[in-house]
Design a binder for this molecule. Structure first.
Ligand code: AGP
Length: 615
């Protein structure tokens, strides 16, 4: 969850670290800090502050530092409340070693007790500080900095990404990756090097990068990097050039990344669709499916996994696979799947959905699937992310970097990618005739423009947000394919506006939730043409009969529901299976405008982080 950065060069380290921390702030924003070491090694200097990077920046204002090496961290608290003291970096008690960390040291309590008994003094409540003290002991025993980190990492339980510096080795940083707590990417500049938890933080310096694999360590100075494995043996790590444009990370004309990303959906959808197929002739490519490509015809069953918004995309993927490939498909929350000893075999295809490709529960669920011999494909928006390195094949969505914590364009891009993958599976299994592909491709080709039409109505949703800005509760109802869209609508609303929102299968209403309905509990019902419309009409009437107010999302021209509902949101007609994509757009906009009206921090909502790398 935390963001990590390191720099070794010839110029001042502090501006580079601050810039990179701002790129990483979405990962965690309860505190931030940096540690720098100057070439003459007058010791390690740490500055850290509770709150956002701007607090750290103010604290550093006017600091004239000669330091050319440094590390920085932005925190999402796991052990110990957000405070200056608990902010990273953490120093050993002799002031010789400084550490930043992403992950959880699961055995930290025992280690901490042992270190205190041996005379170490702790300044914070964090699990991370144990690492600094353990490394201090190894350095005192004569280890190099890299060996001290390796020996220390062997004593830690759990998944970690660790970066450290020592006063005894100026100009050097060391890093270790154990498990799936977060990646470490190393960037090669000209006479300067960076490392970070995210590619985005390194890209402004260089596109020449290497990723640390699980159980690998690196020693980095301004001239380059050397790598070892957990046993201490030298290893080769492949360097590569990545084609990502850092400019897409800017907010542009928009007040928030979330709004920018909502508005980018027509392009994100087009880019995703046309990177995977063509209309004339109707063909599907899937260039990154690797060894999974030739095995699609053998698939007997599909299990889709994901978390949060990606889980909702997976739920839609399940319906697409059932529709096109006519094989059993089920969806599971990755955090449940990983612990339930799932029944999988060589005939099972596991499809993981993760825009970041770094979500720990997804990675651990994939490890379970791998151990059981399942074929795996991942849907991912991040080039080279961890999920793409575990899966047998990848379907990249081409949504561009998504910075807002609330996922929008990655959701809809994942849904169309799953739609196309389901078609591919249907073709491989012979349940889709090549002639039908043309028709299906035409249907998906219409979606970006339909989405653009909804977006042109944004001012309508800004005004409609007044209806909901003061409510305490909101119910989202949907049936069939509209059910995952209702779940997603509720998740968007709750995560950024802090309104209690529930997404329900409308058929469940009479089994409990209807008891909640009164004049203060409004409902948003997705009642588009193919979403079991007549059934949802009954649900709307039942809610209204209890004094509840209903806003219905309808297909343009549906006057009957427009007359019935208290308010309507009209969306363009698209094919039945793709309705949820179009119906989700006004719900994203509503959530956004409600959150803005309530004065919420839209891009960095409380208690959340963009990439969830801890359990
Ligand atoms: C989305 O709005 C959420 N912030 C969150 O549910 C997110 O979708 C989830 O953490 C999964 O992330 P991933 O796609 O990067 O795996």
């Amino acid at each position: 969850m935390c963001g990590i950065v390191g720099y070794a060069g010839t110029g001042p380290a502090i501006p580079v670290l601050l810039r990179a921390l701002k790129d990483l702030e979405y990962r965690g924003y309860d505190s931030a800090g940096i540690a720098v070491l100057d070439p003459a090694s007058t010791g390690i200097h740490i500055t850290k502050r509770q709150g956002k990077i701007s607090n750290l920046e103010s604290a550093l204002h006017g600091t004239a530092s000669e330091a050319t090496t440094g590390i920085g961290h932005t925190r999402w608290a796991t052990h110990g409340k957000p405070s200056d003291q608990n902010a990273h970096p953490h120093l050993s008690c002799n002031g010789e070693v400084v550490v930043i960390h992403n992950g959880i040291v699961e055995n930290y309590a025992g280690l901490r007790a042992g270190l205190i008994a041996a005379g170490h003094r702790f300044e914070s409540e964090t699990d991370t500080e144990t690492i600094a003290h353990l490394m201090e002991d190894r350095l005192k025993a004569g280890d190099t900095l890299l060996e001290a980190l390796r020996q220390t990492a062997l004593r830690l339980e759990g998944s970690q990404a660790i970066v450290a510096m020592a006063a005894s080795e100026p100009g050097t940083m060391v890093a270790a990756r154990v498990g799936n707590a977060g990646g470490v990417v190393i960037g090669y500049g000209a006479g300067e090097m960076m490392l970070a938890s995210d590619l985005a933080a390194v890209l402004p310096l260089t596109q020449d990068i290497a990723f640390l694999a699980d159980q690998q360590l690196a020693r980095v100075d301004r001239a380059g990097a050397d790598f070892i494995d957990a046993a201490g043996n030298p290893v080769e790590v492949v360097r590569r050039k990545v084609p990502i444009d850092p400019v897409s990370a800017l907010k542009g004309e928009h007040q928030h990344f979330m709004l920018k990303e909502i508005m980018e959906q027509p392009e994100a959808l087009s880019d995703t669709i046309w990177s995977l197929g063509t209309l004339a002739p109707a063909e599907l490519y899937f260039d990154d499916l690797g060894r999974a490509l030739d095995r699609l015809a053998e698939v007997e069953r599909v299990v889709l996994i994901g978390m949060g918004t990606s889980l909702h995309a997976a739920m839609l993927g399940q319906r697409y696979i059932e529709a096109f490939a006519r094989i059993p498909a089920e969806t599971d929350n990755a955090s449940e799947f990983r612990y339930r000893d799932p029944v999988l075999g060589p005939g099972t295809l596991v499809i993981s959905v993760s825009q970041s490709g770094e979500t720990v529960d997804v990675l651990e669920a994939m490890a379970v699937a791998k151990a059981k011999g399942a074929l795996q494909v991942t849907i991912c928006n991040t080039e080279g992310a961890q999920t793409t390195r575990v899966a047998d094949g990848t379907v990249y969505t081409r949504a561009g970097l998504e910075r807002g914590v609330a996922s929008t364009k990655c959701f809809t891009a994942s849904v169309v990618a799953l739609y196309l993958l389901a078609l591919k599976l249907g073709l491989a299994r012979g349940t889709i005739a090549p002639g039908e592909l043309q028709e299906r491709m035409q249907e998906v080709a219409r979606v970006p423009e339909a989405v653009a039409r909804v977006l042109r109505q944004a001012p309508v949703y800004r005004r409609m947000a007044n209806r909901f800005a003061t409510t305490q509760h909101l119910l989202f109802l949907g049936r069939g394919l509209a059910f995952p869209a209702a779940m997603e609508g509720a998740l968007k609303m709750k995560e950024i506006s802090y309104i209690h929102a529930e997404g329900y299968a409308a058929g469940e209403m009479k089994h409990g939730p209807i008891a909640l309905i009164d004049a203060n509990f409004p409902t948003i019902a997705i009642a588009t043409r193919h979403a079991l419309r007549s059934k949802i009409v009954s649900n709307i009437e039942q809610v209204q009969a209890r004094g509840g107010e209903v806003t219905a999302v309808v297909t343009e021209g549906d006057d009957e529901i427009a007359r019935l509902a208290d308010a309507t949101i009209a969306v363009p007609e698209v094919s039945a299976l793709l309705e949820p994509v179009v119906a989700s757009i006004p719900l994203q906009l509503l959530s956004y405008y409600v959150a803005v009206q309530r004065g919420c921090d839209v891009d960095q909502p409380r208690n959340l982080a963009k990439t969830v790398t801890v359990e």
